[in-house]
Design a protein around this ligand. Structure first.
Ligand SMILES: Nc1nc2c(ncn2[C@@H]2O[C@H](COP(=O)(O)OP(=O)(O)OP(=O)(O)O)[C@@H](O)[C@H]2O)c(=O)[nH]1
Ligand SMILES: [Mg+2]
Length: 207
């Protein structure tokens, strides 16, 4: 397996289906570009290029088209980021062959359950995105994604009043099951995206 991805910093973004991983990328990437960083993006999907197509369109004029790629992982989405990340590593190698100037590659995992974590060969820094709409109790369930990631993102805070979720309880529980940082975001109006950005920059680029 090639290890040329070690020449570029990598960030993994995991989390359950629909929690807001692609939306978070949509908010983060233009900010990273504005800060002068050359960024590539990989979207893992089970059987389609759906997220990659969406992101390529959203990043038109911001990220070169050939630096947004889809990886189709097949039936078991966490295999492609954990047990056998070779498809993702090959994609990073392809990026670097054409764009050796790359500073950072962000890898979105296909939506999965609470167990998906990134192989350290693939991600130097990992984010796990859950949403308040999945229920207040998600942090308490101690899924490895929630517990072991470098940064836990609790997204869709705007929906909390509509789904009967107390954000203070989620914050207390999240901090109770993990030592690392937790950021509450709303990707719709970009609340606290700057905080996520600071954690990513500190965690992976200035580590
Ligand atoms: N209200 C609200 N909706 C959000 C927020 N973030 C994302 N969404 C919506 O939630 C839906 C799913 O968002 P995505 O970003 O596609 O989620 P994902 O985790 O990438 O989904 P998969 O890749 O399919 O697992 C979309 O309709 C988004 O517009 C948020 O902060 N607030
Ligand atoms: Mg997505």
């Amino acid at each position: 397996m090639s290890l040329t991805h070690r020449d570029v910093a990598t960030v993994g973004i995991g989390g359950p289906v629909g929690s807001g991983k692609t939306s978070l990328l949509t908010a983060l990437v233009p900010e990273l570009r504005e800060q002068g960083l050359d960024v590539g993006v990989i979207a893992n999907d089970i059987l389609t290029q759906e997220d990659a197509d969406v992101l390529r369109e959203r990043f038109a004029g911001v990220v070169p088209e050939d630096l947004v790629a889809g990886v189709e992982t097949g039936a078991c989405p966490h295999t492609g980021i954990r047990e056998d990340p070779s498809m993702n590593l090959q994609q990073i190698d392809s990026f670097l062959a054409e764009h050796p100037e790359l500073d950072l590659v962000l890898v979105e995992s296909g939506g999965d359950n609470l167990a998906a974590t990134f192989n350290p060969e693939l991600a130097d820094y990992s984010l796990y995105v859950i949403s308040v709409a999945e229920g207040e109790d998600i942090p308490r369930k101690r899924g490895p994604g929630v517990v072991d990631c470098d940064l836990l993102v609790v997204n869709k805070t705007d929906l909390a009043p509509h789904v009967g979720v107390d954000l203070n309880v989620m914050e207390r529980d999240a901090n109770g099951v993990r030592d690392g940082p937790v950021v509450f975001t709303n990707c719709k109006d970009e609340t606290n995206i700057d905080e996520v950005l600071t954690h990513v920059r500190d965690g992976v680029l200035f580590a």
